[in-house]
Ligand binder design. Structure first.
Ligand SMILES: [Cu+2]
Length: 411
């Protein structure tokens, strides 16, 4: 059987911070992230928990055409935005007459990239690389997705065979995290949509990315704390990294046995990117968050497990730190050999991190497969031996696993 695979395409969406506006408010107010704008293609407000399923489909009997309105993250409160039209985990069902023309208008008002793919129902829990159910049944560059998409991407196909299919997000890990609904192609007389069960906001299969909140810490610098948890099980992720402002403030925290991280003494900034990385998980590009003077920003991420074959992942080798012992204020050279996996191109996110060290060492391309950084150890770093985790990401949100380790001794 021929499977029409969607190529994983290169895009900057995992690597670049989305341009969402961030508002900082003092003392207990939510550090609101204005990631959810209005949707030009649909009149219903985003804050409504559910719109009638029938409002997302129209049927033209004369032309035998079903028009679907598919809005990713329609309801930011359902599974952290990992939903279509407010529904996740298959709860929304589009029913399409066999042989119908199907036109899908896809939008995504959120700052997290998503896409829309119609795939066989049996494939809905793949980590990525979803086969197309019908030629043309996906939004462009579905593996990368697109964020802040207000003008619809429109794609169309012919529902040429009866069967059970799924509408999934093609960004790796998102469908496995619950971002899918159901499409039934049958002998129905007209296209309809219906919903089953409750919303997924408290469900077992959570999505990603809640909203950050803030409270006072009494100082002049800011702090960030929160958790990294498994998007499917809800269990804490241990030894995961929260990377804050990888090209700016370049700070990092690591999760403990409760999945909790905290990063202190962060300079106040209106918006800084936040990424969750953990071995065995698809990395999560979170919302830009605000750091306030004297404030603690709380930010939690739910991360989807990655289940790709090793060949898809980037391959890392030869991590070194030289010299292995330095004093504060002295420079060490960090290097790593890194090659892309079959899943796409490498991004610029190549890191050596240790949370007690606290600062992100960003390795830059130095020719061939070599990535390198000459890093001057800040005088604020306490003496000690720091085991750095080395990893590099691909633009498809995958990174090498396991992470490589090298120790730098400061003192
Ligand atoms: Cu998605």
């Amino acid at each position: 059987m021929h499977r029409n695979l969607i190529a994983i395409t290169t895009a900057l969406l995992c690597a670049a911070a989305p341009a969402a506006a961030v508002m900082s408010r003092a003392n207990g107010a939510r550090a609101g992230v204005a990631a959810h704008g209005t949707i030009s293609s649909h009149a219903a407000p985003l804050s409504s928990s559910h719109a009638a399923p029938s409002s997302f489909v129209t049927w033209n009997a004369a032309s035998k055409t079903a028009t679907l309105m598919v809005v990713a993250a329609y309801d930011p409160g359902v599974a952290g935005g990992f939903n279509f039209d407010g529904y996740n985990n298959g709860r929304l069902t589009f029913t399409i007459p066999v042989g119908a023309h199907v036109v899908v208008h896809y939008t995504n008002p959120s700052a997290i990239p998503h896409s829309a793919v119609i795939t066989p129902l049996a494939d809905h829990s793949l980590s990525g690389n979803f086969p197309l159910a019908f030629p043309g049944s996906a939004s462009p560059n579905a593996a990368a997705g697109v964020a802040n998409l207000k003008a619809p991407q429109t794609f169309s196909f012919v529902a040429s065979k009866a069967g059970q299919f799924a509408l999934v997000c093609g960004v790796p890990g998102h469908a496995a995290g619950g971002m899918w609904d159901t499409v039934t192609v049958s002998s129905a007389a007209q296209a309809t949509a219906s919903a089953a069960g409750a919303s997924g906001s408290g469900g077992a299969a959570g999505g990603s990315n809640g909203m950050p909140t803030m409270h006072g810490n009494g100082g002049t610098m800011g702090s960030v704390e929160g958790t990294l948890t498994d998007a499917s099980s809800g269990r804490p992720i241990v030894h995961g990294f929260m990377v804050l402002g990888w090209t700016s403030v370049a700070r990092v925290g690591e999760t403990d046995a409760f999945g909790h991280y905290r990063i202190d003494n962060v300079p106040p900034v209106k918006a800084v990117s936040a990424f969750g990385f953990a071995e065995g998980y698809v990395y999560v590009h979170g919302m830009p968050i605000a750091i306030g003077a004297g404030q603690v920003t709380r930010y939690a991420l739910k991360m989807p497990r990655q289940t790709f074959a090793d060949a898809m992942l980037p391959h890392a080798s030869g991590a070194t730190i030289s010299p292995a012992t330095v004093k504060p204020g002295q420079t060490a050279t960090f290097s790593l050999h890194l090659t892309a996996g079959k899943g796409g191109a490498l991004s610029s996110e190549v890191f050596a991190v240790n949370a007690l060290f606290g600062h992100v060492v960003l390795l830059r391309h130095a020719g061939g497969d070599l990535y390198r950084a000459s890093y001057t150890v800040p005088s604020s770093v306490a003496p000690g031996a720091y085991s750095f985790a080395f990893f590099g990401a691909m633009e498809s949100c995958l990174e090498n696993a396991p992470y490589l380790r090298q120790t730098l001794t400061v003192g």
